[in-house]
Write a protein of this length. Structure first.
Length: 204
């Protein structure tokens, strides 16, 4: 895989993840590619002493680019963890939600959910009042109800693949202008959800 093309795909993946309320499928192939690339490149740079005359300007640029990729990777995982905590932590038994996560995310979700509810339950157990205990059960149910996917909202996007987009949405877009790549469109997320997952459009 060529690094520039994969980096563009990852930037699209990161942008789509950031601008949707819904958790998108974890892209293991791209994340693993950059993880191994960064590890290998840092290993090569470590072989050169920073005070050595052979550690030149281009090596500094390489290190800056690697730092940038690391930042993007951390930001990608930070966004996903934030979504899991807000929207999916109480839906951990749902198979379709777990299918969107990586293995570490699944482990984190189970642990976070367990300790979160355990602490709340421990707090309410100190009260003998049935009213307060009922309040806890009601609150727990509300948490579960609020853990649903939020699909019915509008998103702004740019089109990355004109032919596939027109094929998928031929009933809405019979033609696109020549400058379609620079134009921004607006549609409901539920109508373009699959296009986001497949990387055909770029959310902005």
């Amino acid at each position: 895989m060529k690094i520039p093309s994969v980096l563009n795909k990852f930037q699209t993946l990161l942008s789509n993840e950031e601008y949707t309320h819904e958790l998108l499928p974890y892209n293991f192939s791209i994340v693993f590619f950059f993880h191994e690339l960064v590890h290998y490149k840092f290993y090569l740079l470590s072989k050169k002493n920073i005070f050595s005359p052979y550690f030149d300007y281009f090596d500094q640029l390489k290190k800056m680019e690697l730092d940038r990729i690391i930042y993007l990777l951390k930001n990608y995982h930070k966004i996903r963890i934030s979504k899991i905590e807000k929207n999916f932590v109480f839906k951990h038994n749902g198979k379709k939600f777990f299918n969107l996560m990586s293995l570490p995310e699944k482990i984190y979700t189970r642990a976070y959910n367990f300790f979160f509810l355990k602490n709340i339950e421990s707090f309410f157990s100190h009260f003998d009042s049935p009213k307060i205990k009922n309040k806890f059960r009601f609150t727990k149910r509300i948490f579960n109800e609020n853990g649903i996917e939020t699909k019915d909202f509008y998103v702004f996007f740019q089109i990355l693949n004109k032919k596939i987009f027109q094929k998928k949405k031929k009933n809405l877009f019979y033609s696109l202008s020549v400058s379609y790549k620079t134009e921004i469109y607006c549609m409901k997320f539920s109508s373009v959800r699959r296009l986001v997952f497949s990387g055909i459009i770029f959310l902005v």
